[in-house]
Design a protein. Structure first.
Length: 100
């Protein structure tokens, strides 16, 4: 079983999603944040799962989709660790940005 490690930027992304949604509905914000966190749980047993990140097709980055968000991660097999790098809205193009 792989260890899943949330980076600070990814946790900040989840907080921003929560805060944005909470302006209209604190209850839905909590549900959405929980769904994002649970979408990552499968990486414990299936650390190489997920889709290739379209902006970086030849990289080791993968993504777990949790509509309308995507959770960008990278698996390091030698350490059996999955690093959660970012939580982004699915419309966001990160090709000009960087990931942790």
């Amino acid at each position: 079983m792989a260890e899943v490690i949330w980076t600070e930027p990814a946790l900040a992304d989840v907080r921003r999603v929560f805060e944005f949604i909470a302006d209209d509905s604190p209850r839905y914000a909590a549900i959405t944040a929980d769904r994002i966190m649970k979408a990552v749980d499968r990486l414990i047993n299936f650390p190489e799962s997920g889709h290739a990140v379209p902006e970086f097709p030849d990289s080791h980055y993968r993504q777990v989709l949790m509509n309308p968000y995507r959770v960008i991660h990278r698996y390091e097999p030698a350490a059996d660790r999955v690093f959660i790098l970012a939580v982004l809205h699915s419309r966001r193009d990160i090709s000009k940005g960087d990931l942790a």
